[in-house]
Ligand binder design. Structure first.
Ligand SMILES: Nc1ncnc2c1ncn2[C@@H]1O[C@H](COP(=O)(O)OP(=O)(O)OP(=O)(O)O)[C@@H](O)[C@H]1O
Ligand SMILES: [Mg+2]
Length: 298
């Protein structure tokens, strides 16, 4: 049974790819079969973090139908056997992906034979990022403490929640049709309009959101700005109805950039540095979340 985990943020540069590269490696080191897929539409670069410079097979081969089997694109890395499907350098093609192409891609993800599939959805709030994010069983958000990152993170969460709520109506004739043609600024607006068309819709959407509890990773902590986690949690709970459990807090650490220049995950490059220690704690916690999820599902 594969557990899929998506990682998103809103703002760029918060450390998603760094966190994914390290968590994937640490989970693999702990004995799990792990595959990373780089669905970052804007700038796929996880392969570089592992020192794989010019991959001969990438997601482009799947999108251009050079192959129908996404598993043909897997590279097995020297970091405890982590598997990687490198992203496409052909950003234009991905950005213009049609709904059908996206469905084909998402369908193909379920054919990958692994225990944990980690998805880098990239930055931004475009539909691709939101859909890739919401596709997964478990969601992780990586934010940094600057106010701009927090604001973008909140917007990302809000749009993801709206998209999830809308998804629950797609099969409902009138409600689905009206909602598809409306633009929304807030979740309560979605609920109100849905309920006004058909009684009971609000409850249906709220039910769909019950399982949406993105795990929070705060990265680059101590780099200056302070995060007001409590306030963020209150906002998310009051306006989006979601709870944000904390998965980890990773300090700002200059060794992370040193590891980047050595093309190695920092947890392997300098396992005792503060960032690596925090990543190790985070991966242990994530391991427990995965086990709980597996237990719940079976
Ligand atoms: N804890 C940290 N301490 C110091 N530097 C960090 C830390 N985390 C990430 N960085 C640095 O921040 C930069 C951005 O990291 P990364 O590429 O992982 O972010 P990203 O969220 O994937 O970016 P993008 O949205 O562009 O894909 C890199 O130079 C990375 O080395
Ligand atoms: Mg990235």
């Amino acid at each position: 049974m594969t557990i899929t985990i998506s990682v998103g943020s809103g703002k760029g540069g918060t450390g998603k790819s760094m966190v994914i590269a390290n968590l994937a490696m640490l989970l693999a080191k702990a004995g799990r079969r792990v595959c990373v897929i780089d669905l970052d539409v804007g700038g796929a670069d996880i392969h570089i973090l592992y020192g794989l410079f010019e991959p001969d097979r990438t997601l482009t081969d799947f999108l251009t139908r050079k192959t129908e089997n996404i598993s043909d694109l897997i590279h097995t890395l020297n970091f405890y056997g982590v598997q990687l499907i490198p992203g496409t350098g052909d950003t234009l093609h991905t950005a213009n992906m049609t709904f059908q192409e996206k469905k084909r891609l998402l369908r193909s993800l379920s054919t990958i034979d692994t225990d944990v599939l980690l998805i880098d959805v990239g930055a931004g709030t475009n539909y691709h990022a939101l859909d890739f994010f919401m596709y997964a069983d478990i969601q992780i958000c990586v934010t940094s403490p600057e106010p701009t990152a927090i604001m973008d993170f909140y917007t990302f969460l809000q749009l993801a929640t709206i998209r999830k709520a809308l998804g629950s109506f797609l099969s409902m004739g009138d409600v689905g049709r009206t909602l598809r043609q409306t633009k929304f600024d807030s979740l309560s607006q979605v609920f109100e309009i849905a309920e006004s068309i058909q009684e009971g819709s609000r409850e249906k959407a709220q039910l769909a959101l019950n399982n949406f509890n993105p795990l929070l990773v705060v990265n680059k902590v101590g780099s200056g700005a302070k995060i007001n986690l409590l306030k963020l949690r209150k906002l998310a709970s009051k306006y989006l109805g979601i709870y944000l459990p904390e998965l980890g807090e990773i300090p700002y650490d200059e060794i992370v950039d040193e590891a980047l220049r050595a093309y190695m995950p920092v947890a392997e490059f300098a396992p005792d540095c503060p960032a690596a220690q925090a990543l190790s704690n985070t991966s242990e916690k994530l391991g427990k979340v995965i086990d709980l999820y597996v237990k719940k599902r079976s």
